[in-house]
Design a protein around this ligand. Structure first.
Ligand SMILES: Cc1cc2nc3c(=O)[nH]c(=O)nc-3n(C[C@H](O)[C@H](O)[C@H](O)COP(=O)(O)OP(=O)(O)OC[C@H]3O[C@@H](n4cnc5c(N)ncnc54)[C@H](O)[C@@H]3O)c2cc1C
Ligand code: FES
Length: 388
């Protein structure tokens, strides 16, 4: 079954931790569907450990860590009592009940992102978990920046590239692929992904005008050089995993090129040795942008392969044509060992994620940001950057 990590938040069960716990915020996503200990499942369940591919039979009332260690799986752990955080894991599918734990071992914000402590987690249905790699644990301090617009240009008929100078509130550190909550004066805050490399001085955003949209229309029609903007962040977990050495599939749709640009340029600047396959899907020629930039970059870097894809070309074309995920599917039979970074319209991100997992990519290797609107996020019970 294809699933999004964030989807787990809607069904996960976290009972009140027994100790060290501060009062639970009943409005948090993790409290939805919370069960009391006496309601817990009294039967065992199968648990898949994604990192090793092992499937364990986790007995009734047994934690995932206990079952893994009993089965000889070298699951990372320390205290085994919810205090150290060494067994912190992604809950990829299913639901668990959590025994008491220290908030130092698992912060509320991490819990809301779908993380659990394996030493405290008792499955109440079949589950899939993955312990965290070092790369998964990167946390940058959240900043509120005061910035000034230094450039705003049309890169397509409906996408503006906005450059911001940071006046105060920094230093702003982030990992390539993350996003921020950006508010321009006179429009509501919205999430936009940084398109620049983390070490660039200026912040760069690509903002597509959405029909009926508030902020994107304001950016298209009113924002000008010299205007102020508030930037809060960074947020998001779909950032470049720098220690991974397998091939990278970077798949962008429309203004989803923003975080993918940051990832690709940062990977090249860091001289990561693996091949990077960048697919940029748009409807037709007038939606393409930065094509020359990436063509030049690919000519200078033998590890970068750039494939622009048109789904509805205006006429005869030498470019690839079709839906971008279908083109990726045609080029790659087997994606085991690759990591994918996917960003853009939700329908494209979902189709690409489904294709990649069907072709053998582990779900933890798909790092996807679907550009949901604030209303869609609210309807799905998810938080925008401004609400985090
Ligand atoms: C993690 C993330 C990163 C993103 N990065 C980028 C990026 O780099 N570039 C980019 O261009 N976009 C990005 N987005 C999308 C961006 O955050 C905005 O959603 C987008 O710009 C539209 O905002 P808006 O204010 O113009 O539209 P909104 O005012 O939010 O309206 C959007 C649509 O919803 C409709 N609508 C408004 N209110 C309601 C309602 N109450 N019920 C139903 N429908 C409603 C509107 O008519 C319109 O069609 C990202 C989104 C996420 C979640
Ligand atoms: S092993 Fe220490 S918190 Fe789980």
């Amino acid at each position: 079954m294809a699933f999004m990590l964030s989807d787990c938040l809607d069904t996960k069960h976290f009972p009140l931790p027994r100790q060290y716990r501060r009062l639970v915020n009943l409005s948090s996503a993790a409290d939805v569907g919370r069960t009391a200990p006496h309601e817990r499942s009294s039967v065992g369940h199968l648990v898949k450990i994604s990192n090793t591919g092992t499937v364990l039979d986790c007995g009734a009332g047994v934690t995932i860590l206990e079952a893994a260690l009993d089965a000889g799986v070298a699951y990372p752990h320390g205290c085994q009592s919810g205090n150290c955080g060494a067994c912190k894991s992604n809950l990829l599918d299913g639901t668990v009940d959590m025994e008491g734990y220290s908030e130092f071992a698992l912060m509320d914000e991490e819990r809301d992102r779908g993380l659990i402590l394996a030493c405290r987690a008792v499955p109440d249905m079949p589950c899939e978990v993955a312990w965290l790699d070092e790369d998964d644990l990167i946390v940058h301090p959240r900043r509120i920046l005061s910035t000034t617009v230094t450039a705003i240009d049309d890169v397509t008929h409906d996408i503006k590239r906005v450059l911001l100078d940071v006046n105060s509130g920094g230093p702003f550190t982030f990992s390539a692929g993350q996003f921020a909550s950006v508010s321009f004066e006179g429009a509501p805050a919205r999430d936009y992904s940084m398109a620049n490399r983390p070490d660039d001085r200026q912040l760069e955003f690509h903002i597509r005008r959405m029909p009926g949209g508030n902020t994107s229309a304001h950016v298209a029609n009113n924002v000008k050089v010299g205007d102020k903007a508030r930037v809060e962040g960074p947020f998001g977990t779909s950032y470049l995993r720098e220690s991974h050495r397998g091939p990278i599939l970077a798949i962008a749709g429309g203004s989803g090129l923003a975080p993918i640009k940051s990832i690709v340029e940062h990977a090249l600047a860091r001289k990561l040795p693996q091949h990077i396959h960048l697919y940029f899907g748009v409807r037709n020629e007038r939606d393409l942008y930065l094509e020359q930039h990436f063509t030049t970059l690919a000519a200078a870097n033998p590890t970068l392969h750039f494939v622009p894809v048109l789904s509805e070309p205006g006429g005869a074309t030498s470019r690839r044509t079709g839906l971008v995920h279908e083109i990726v599917g045609r080029d790659f039979d087997d994606v085991d060992g690759c990591k994918a970074y996917v960003a853009g319209p939700p329908v494209m991100v979902e189709a690409a994620t489904k294709l990649l997992t069907a072709r053998g990519m582990r779900r933890i290797d798909v790092h996807a940001d679907a550009f949901y609107t604030a209303a869609e996020m609210q309807a799905a019970g998810k938080k925008t950057g401004a609400q985090m």
